[in-house]
Design a protein around this ligand. Sequence first.
Ligand code: 6PG
Length: 474
Amino acid sequence: MSSHGAVAEIGLIGLGTMGGNLALNIAENGFQIAVYNRTTEKTDQFITKAGDLSAKLVPSKTLADFVASIKTPRAVILMVPAGEAVDAQIEALRPLLDPQDLIIDAGNANYHDTNRRAKEADEKGPRFLGIGVSGGEEGARFGPSIMGGGANDAWGQVGHILEAISAKYEGEPCAAHLGEAGAGHLVKTVHNGIEYADMQMIAEVYGVMRDGFGMSAQEIGAVFEDWNGGILQSYLIEISSKVAKTADPESGAPMLDIILDRAGQKGTGRWTAIEALMLGTPASTIEAAVAVRNMSSRLDERKTGETAFGAAPQPMDRSLVRINALEAALVAGKIVCYAQGFDLILEAAKQYGWAMPLPKIAKIWRNGCIIRSAMLNDMSSALADDDARNLMLAPFFSAKLKETEGSLRQVVAQAALHGLPVPALSAALSYFDIMRTARSTANMLQGQRDFFGAHGFERTDKDGGGFHGPWAMG
Ligand code: 6PG
């Protein structure tokens, strides 16, 4: 038995940076929280560093004591690495918990795993909630965006705590229950796919300014700072400005000139692209962003390529693309990327029968998370008007696209002519062009399919399908 008795309102396992910060956030919001880490030294260090907040923390050295220190029905947040560690932790907890207790996986889980765990929980207990938590270390400590998935009653048990610790937008909590089982983790995955695309498009305009215009990191940082005061106001533009303006303390050179151009990834952006392909929804801007991260890791091959073909980027006369055209291109790219992301969420919702209130998702992304931006407020209004309509067609965003599409086209065209890669922006432009073209070129694909495989096609002048061309014998 725990020496404390059952005093804690909630428990948390995994005192790494994210878990530790989340526990402090919960404590600071007035909730007594039980904490446990596999290595006791980490728990001890955590309690020592917590200062005054340690009064709200209930540490335990064993899992059994940890469980005993939580009031029933218990709620236990897992903040352990996604994947097998989560399953192992659930297995270890199951014999210690009652069926009506609740396990909450707050890691970056693959939503298919969350679906499986929710099913296992229904069969064997205890209950299960999968929550996507965004906002990095600072968000976890001072207010993340929280995307919940699971049964209504499971959310009902802890929703007040999750709302209390979440970021607020004009007083409204950036935490919500979005649907059953893996719904929260699916939304977090798409959040990260959008995060990848948003970051990539910013990197692309950075490339035009750096390699095309020959601007210094400081100058580029000032441009981003300026944009952050306008329609592009967002956390990612803000930090891009700060990254660009920062100097390396060791060499004095701009940090951006010291950081190796090989991007890491933990997988959630890739899952978004995989999911889009599996569900048959076009998420080409996000897919392009994932592909570029993969290409970035091919550093040696890129060096060999440069030796073989010469470096691609060529200086560009600034009169060909104005700085405000780069800003407008980003606006257009961003609208397309979110249209793709929301479309993907809607398709998944249909497939699984999840509620997935899109306006609410846009609302809880307005603060706390990595993709928070001013535009998300307009997106939540547009989705509240009609959530089944492509976001590009909402009056506010179609007007914005009409204003900015010329700039997107000009940036993509001039970048291509000057060897400046803009794959995510180009993908956004092609999506926009295809989605506004009633007569596409897929008739050629259907002709080819029928020619080599007698797959049949529909005709423009007759109802029904299964028609064939006169080439079968040919
Ligand atoms: C967030 C982030 C976070 C993510 C990191 C790293 O919303 O707080 O999305 O969950 O893990 O940003 O992601 P990558 O390593 O895949 O870039």
